[in-house]
Design a protein around this ligand. Structure first.
Ligand SMILES: [Zn+2]
Length: 322
């Protein structure tokens, strides 16, 4: 085995101290291949059994979230902006103006820009070089994943890890680094897809948020809480449901289940041509035609799931224990 290969093995996913993985979803599908998922009998975490090599994985993440400054067309971009503003208002309720905020996996930095306009001191991390190049130039963004070496202890009052923890190679290391980088009593703001949701159950191996091979980990409110407590956080709020994600998640999951190419609508809506290169124009038009037809029932299901705590995403607010 080469030195490079053994380095990859050393960083292979490890869910807990004594992993006991059992094949749970053998036929989970990405656009072009199957990515079997396992569930650990000890810690209950669900994860991709054979993640790609580190180099391939970085390429996949960069292709997915990289190139364009605008990820979607103009109409959807204004919706994205409204959702980022809503997240900024959530931060305003948690920490006062002037607080130091880090956004892990900040993309092009729109959320941080909105926070800075509201008087916060902001910083981001972003893995993708292409995204960093196209980011807002007035937002400071550091390269790479968050590690213990990234920032001096206690550098931030709030760290946001928003739909990023499911992508990282080692969620334990990321939460450990966040704990170290937060000031005592600092706030961690987290969002991930909810594997215990109705949507996940309905979609099974074709659920939108499996997003294979990019999502390496799947969490539930129970496993997320356990993980946070294990890393020295006190959970103050945990709820399910996000309007930004849930209705669309229902639509895309229904289309996936109907037999369309996984996440074809999502890729059609994105502005990166590489995402939809395998989809013909009529195929894409059909996706766009079905989208508004399914959106009404999807909103109803999203509302019902949210009321019962079974919506497709989980949001957690946790505080660093002193
Ligand atoms: Zn485990």
């Amino acid at each position: 085995m080469s030195a490079a290969a053994s380095a990859i093995d050393a960083r292979a996913p490890r869910c807990c101290a004594n992993p006991d993985p059992q094949l749970a979803f053998p036929d989970a599908c990405g656009p072009a291949a199957r990515w079997p998922l396992v569930r650990c009998r000890r810690c209950s975490l669900v994860y991709v059994r054979d993640p790609r090599s580190i180099a391939d994985l970085d390429a996949a993440q960069q292709n997915a979230y990289g190139a364009p400054t605008q990820r979607f067309g103009a109409v959807l971009e204004s919706a994205v902006r409204a959702f980022r503003a809503a997240r900024a208002r959530l931060v305003q309720r948690l920490v006062p103006r002037g607080a130091r905020v880090l956004d892990v996996g900040c993309g092009r930095g729109l959320f941080l820009r909105l926070l800075r306009e509201r008087g916060y001191l902001v910083r981001g991390t972003e893995l993708s070089e292409a995204t960093r190049k196209n980011a807002y130039p007035d937002v400071p963004i550091d390269a790479g994943e968050l590690t213990r070496a990234s920032y001096p202890a206690g550098s931030f009052d709030l760290i946001s890890i928003w739909h990023v923890l499911e992508h990282v190679r080692d969620p334990h290391a990321t939460l450990d680094a966040a704990h170290q980088a937060l000031a005592p009593n600092g706030v961690l703001l987290l969002a991930v897809p909810n594997f215990a949701s109705w949507q996940a159950r309905f979609g099974g191996e074709r659920w939108f948020h499996l997003d294979l091979p990019r999502h390496l980990w799947q969490f539930t409110p129970t496993t997320l809480r356990a993980l946070l407590e294990q890393h020295g956080f006190r959970v103050e709020l945990m709820r399910t449901g996000q309007w930004e994600m849930d209705p669309f998640g229902w639509v895309q999951t229904a289309l996936n289940r109907a037999g369309f190419r996984p996440n074809a609508l999502y890729d059609t809506l994105r502005s990166n041509p590489a995402d939809k290169a395998d989809l013909s124009l009529p195929y894409r038009l059909l996706q766009l035609l079905l989208f508004p037809l399914l959106l009404g029932p999807a909103f109803a299901l999203a509302l019902l799931a949210r009321c019962t705590g079974r919506a497709g995403t989980v949001i957690a607010v946790a505080r660093r224990s002193p």
